[in-house]
Design a protein. Structure first.
Length: 367
């Protein structure tokens, strides 16, 4: 039996099916630029207090949907929950980035690393079920994880980094240890995404936020191969319904032709990529195989006045061009997003201009 797919515009676009307009959602759409998010976070006391409380996580996931006509919800959580469950001790100090109590730097650290018991992440799967219920099919829910490489960056550095010195030192001097970390991460991420799908996630996204810091050659060996290892294990359908998968490598534009071989449905791209060229490279033809594309407005555009935002949004839509319109077969499609997460300094009212322009202009493009 062929898996069915839903009628949601976002899911259809992920599966390269024709839609009446281009769907839009924003990376980090639930976050500090929204005063209501800051209020809930203050009640929760800390970021992890927010993410581990099912009611709070549900509340903040829905906040951006109540303000804007977004076409998808994304689970409120963080990519670093997985290394936290491995026992590394995650914390977020106010105004600072993430930090781990323990880092993974040597043979002994790697030897004690293992795929965590998924019960330690039960709070995430409970949040997925709760959000699905609260959404009442308004829009689909995206689950997510970090890529094995991006998680390894945080695990080895022990925090965010500007130069990736420790993780690259390990990669170049002890590639055997690096491969072992990446194998464990890949299997952990696959189990984590499958548990999110079983709890109700309708699409999944892999954030390879730091793939783009790798040299050509190292990217293929240490990032892409392990993203492929995750995808080989992730469920493609659940309860007879197709579950699309999205891979986003920030700074990965030059590797799109190689990423086209990944067993995923959508490739996310940042603002350095021309969507028309990306469409030629990986978007495929009507009736043929290919990847849907997601992206790629520079988040800093949202600091400009609303009429400038509208102009930049139209230019992103126009660079992709007219999405295919054949309802009997698949073809090139676009999901509008930013090229990276929305900044905490974004004026919330500016996001209206983005969402409204995407919907309006993309309907016009199809006529
Ligand atoms: O998109 C959403 O609305 C869903 C929630 C989400 C968060 N983090 C919440 C969050 C998602 C999808 C993420 C992914 C994530 N987390 C990534 C991949 C995407 C990307 O941005 O490249 C990465 C690298 C992380 C790691 C992480 N978490 C960092 C570097 C930080 C601090 C950065 C900052 O903006 O301060 C976080 C914390 C975090 N995760 C916040 C939010 C809303 C802000 C923390 C707070 O409220 O105190």
């Amino acid at each position: 039996m062929n898996p069915s797919s839903s009628n949601h515009t976002f899911i259809k676009a992920c599966l390269r099916q024709a839609t009446d307009y281009t769907p839009v959602w924003l990376m980090r759409q639930a976050g500090r630029y929204l005063p209501e998010y800051c209020a809930t976070r203050a009640k929760a006391g800390s970021f992890m207090g927010l993410a581990t409380n099912v009611d709070y996580a549900t509340e903040v996931t829905l906040q951006p949907l109540d303000r804007y006509a977004l076409d998808a919800a994304i689970l409120f959580s963080d990519i670093l929950t997985v290394p936290d469950a491995m026992g590394l001790g995650l914390s977020f100090a106010q105004g600072e980035g993430p930090k781990f109590a323990k880092s993974v730097r040597n043979e002994a650290d790697v030897a004690s690393l293992a795929v965590p018991d998924m019960n330690k992440l039960r709070y995430v799967f409970d949040a997925v079920s709760s959000i699905r219920k609260a959404l009442q099919e308004r829009v689909p829910l995206i689950g997510f994880s970090g890529s094995p490489w991006t998680l390894a960056c945080y695990m080895v550095e022990g925090a965010g980094s500007d130069d990736y010195r420790h993780v690259k030192t390990l990669m170049y001097s002890r590639p055997d240890l690096m491969h072992r970390i990446l194998e464990i991460n890949a299997d952990a991420v696959a189990q984590y995404l499958n548990a999110q799908i079983e709890a109700g996630a309708q699409a999944v996204m892999i954030f390879d936020s730091w793939g783009g810091v790798l040299a050509d050659g190292a990217f293929q060996t240490f990032s892409l191969a392990y993203t492929a290892r995750v995808l080989a294990q992730v469920k493609k359908e659940h309860d007879g319904v197709r579950i699309p998968s999205i891979v986003f490598t920030k700074g990965g534009g030059l590797w799109l032709p190689e990423m086209a071989d990944l067993s995923c449905d959508v490739l996310g791209v940042d603002w350095t990529v021309n969507l028309g060229k990306a469409r030629q490279q990986v978007g495929g033809q009507v009736g043929g195989p290919g990847k849907a594309l997601q992206g790629n407005l520079d988040p800093n555009v949202l600091f400009s006045p609303p009429d400038h935002i509208a102009r930049e949004v139209r230019s992103v839509l126009d660079s992709f061009g007219k999405p295919h319109a054949n309802t009997r077969t698949s073809g090139p499609t676009h999901i509008f997003n930013l090229g990276h997460g929305i900044s905490q300094y974004t004026p919330p009212e500016h996001v209206h201009a983005l969402v409204e322009t995407v919907h309006q202009h993309s309907r016009g493009l199809r006529n």
